[in-house]
Ligand binder design. Structure first.
Ligand SMILES: Cc1cc2nc3c(=O)[nH]c(=O)nc-3n(C[C@H](O)[C@H](O)[C@H](O)COP(=O)(O)O)c2cc1C
Length: 180
């Protein structure tokens, strides 16, 4: 029996660099016999957390009725979560940040996950991705039983699709293939 893999692709660019790396990872993970779902976060309706704490009184139901309830359930049900974002001013993008903040409604139920991270940026230096990676790791620090399994660093890519033919594509595919 394969594992349940949830790929959260944060880039607003469909076919952008990080999105393509997500596809490669997903392809490998699927070929390895896992049950893979990919979500393009920007195509979902996810409002910002308002910190109203309605979720505390309601037993985990958010006051905002949008796509997040279903995504959060998928996160809770998954064995593996892939977090992917382009570097936006040394951070993650707003789409993925909104999603992460909204997990607060049931955050203690997201537990025992294996995490993979996929990051792309225009700068050539891997160091330019450190603060974005720290955002992912910061979230995982809040997840009981979280285990970091791998990171794909796609550096030096600016235009959508520039990552095609780069070694990171193969790395992402092979990382997916290693999921068992
Ligand atoms: C709002 C915004 C902020 C960005 N900030 C950075 C940055 O701080 N450092 C960097 O190297 N690239 C930066 N970039 C470039 C993207 O990280 C780069 O184009 C990346 O490959 C985009 O990934 P995607 O194709 O998956 O969307 C920025 C792009 C945008 C749109």
């Amino acid at each position: 029996m394969g594992k349940k893999v949830l790929v959260l692709s944060g880039s607003p660019r469909k076919g952008g660099n990080s999105d393509l790396l997500c596809d490669e990872f997903a392809k490998g993970a699927e070929e390895a016999g896992n049950d893979v779902a990919k979500i393009r976060v920007s195509e979902k309706k996810i409002g910002y957390c308002s910190a109203c704490y309605y979720c505390v009184k309601s037993g985990g139901v958010c006051a905002k009725n949008d796509d997040m309830a279903e995504i959060l359930q998928q996160m809770i049900d998954s064995d593996i979560i892939v977090l992917s974002s382009p570097v936006y001013f040394y951070s993650i993008d707003a789409q993925l940040k909104a999603l992460i903040d909204r997990t607060v409604a049931r955050w203690t139920e997201v537990k025992d996950k294996e995490f993979y991270y996929i990051i792309t940026c225009a700068d050539e230096e891997k160091e330019s991705q450190e603060t974005t990676l720290a955002c992912f790791r910061g979230y995982a620090d809040c997840v009981e039983g979280a285990k970091e399994m791998g990171v794909i660093y796609g550096t030096g890519v600016y235009e959508a699709g520039e990552i095609k033919g780069r070694p990171e594509m193969r790395q992402a595919y092979e990382m997916g293939l290693s999921v068992k």
